[in-house]
Design a protein around this ligand. Sequence first.
Ligand code: DP6
Length: 359
Amino acid sequence: MLYDNPGLKFKDKNCSGEIVWQSPSNIALVKYWGKKGFQIPSNPSISFSLNKSNSETRLKFNPAKGNDFTVNFTFDGTPQPDFEKKIITYFKSLNKIFPFIEQLDFEIESKNTFPHSAGIASSASGMSALALTLCDIERYCFNKLTRLEDFFQKASFIARLGSGSAARSLYGGWVVWGAIEGMEGTSDLYGIPIKNYIHSDFLNYQDTILLVETGTKKVSSRVGHDLMNSNLFAKDRFAQARQNAKRMVEVLKTGDIDEFIRITESEALTLHAMMMTSEPSFLLIKPETVSIIEEIRAYREKTKTPVCFTLDAGPNVHLLYPKSVKAQVKEFINDTLIQYVSKNGFIDDEIGPGPRKMM
Ligand code: DP6
């Protein structure tokens, strides 16, 4: 398999160190929902990375005291045995790619820069930060991955194996994950940044996350993805997403904001339609989600302000708009939308520059 490397094993000397990476969450416009095989997406997805919503992961590693590796994991300073088990399983799954893992003991501390109560998915930011620290062990101890492009591509590959959407968090700005017909460089195995082709309106996009309900999700996305295997509409959905991804790349180039809005809202509603038509079905949107969507559409119709929405696997609404209309959208939120949000309010975020090495 790509990246399998028996050479990444300590021979006579061992290595220890401490690495810290901060990595962002991202919001998908064209959605990843459904997999073929292990962590291979059924269709390409497109997102932008956020600026404020980050995970920060500190990884300390030392030569293993026993015959196998150990992991000690804390989140916000508190031990998290469930997460720790998941990380151990994940590390074991990487044994052909990073054979050095079994020679080390790990202490991992993670935290989010957004409030835990916000109910924002943190798997993308968390898994991408962890993948970066692993790739940095390779760089630091084996003097490999010295080209930045190679480093981030491998980190994206490793992140995907932990959580698909995390493959898109390795870059700032707009990112594609999944092969798009006719678009060179795109791959099901890792994300790539869309660099040279973005219209200026899309370079400073805003995402205000309206927090409708912040409890835990009722259905894990892993289960949701699996249910696509038996969803009657899956084949058509994947075909639609492939087409939307292709169009979206074009739209980002031309700056056709009406088409952007059409695709983005259709993708959000289709994602939830897939959930509602799964067997068993599940319904993650709340009455407030629907009210917000209706308000957004009425406001757009009335004022011609280019604001639209997208949804994740939950009831919160991401309000998307170019920076040029920020002042009037702020007014719209405070006058109209605020009545529908929970006591946690909203998070004002925007497109961000991607991961940062902190140590
Ligand atoms: C609705 O990346 O969380 O956010 O690969 O099983 O970890 P796993 O799934 P995950 O799925 C994210 C789904 C989504 C849409 C998206 O981000 O594209």
